[in-house]
Design a protein around this ligand. Structure first.
Ligand SMILES: [Zn+2]
Length: 126
């Protein structure tokens, strides 16, 4: 609940046609983090219209958690992880403990991974 909202300038909108949370019958790839959604894993399946084209977007639960906590103003499909990475740089890695605690476990791991990478870069600069 205490995660800062990533500011995103939204100037194009996608139309959502359907949303479901099926259990994967075969492997899929998450459209955000590009990780494999394993067979048997529940994921978010959306049918959207992007720029007049109908597309099926599949997102893993960890990325859905990140969208819910950090992107309250909206997001662009496929850019959530990159935008979160930029956000971490903008706030100099200052993501509150309360925020990390409020994230679902899978999402927290991803955010911690980004933070670790950030602090790693930071140390390299010195
Ligand atoms: Zn993902």
């Amino acid at each position: 609940m205490d995660c800062s909202t990533v500011s995103v300038d939204i100037d194009s909108y996608s139309t959502n046609l359907s949303q479901s949370h099926p259990r994967a019958k075969k492997e899929h790839r998450c459209g955000e983090c590009r990780k494999t959604i394993a067979k048997g894993e529940v994921y978010l399946r959306e049918v959207n219209i992007h720029d007049g084209r109908v597309m099926t977007d599949k997102t893993c639960q960890a990325c859905v958690g990140i969208r819910n906590e950090f992107f309250k103003d909206g997001y662009y499909y496929g850019q959530v992880i990159d935008m979160l990475y930029e956000h971490v740089h903008e706030v100099s890695g200052d993501i509150s403990e309360a925020c990390l605690v409020s994230l679902p476990a899978g999402s927290r791991e991803k955010v911690l991974g980004i933070l670790e990478e950030f602090w790693g870069d930071y140390e390299d600069d010195e």
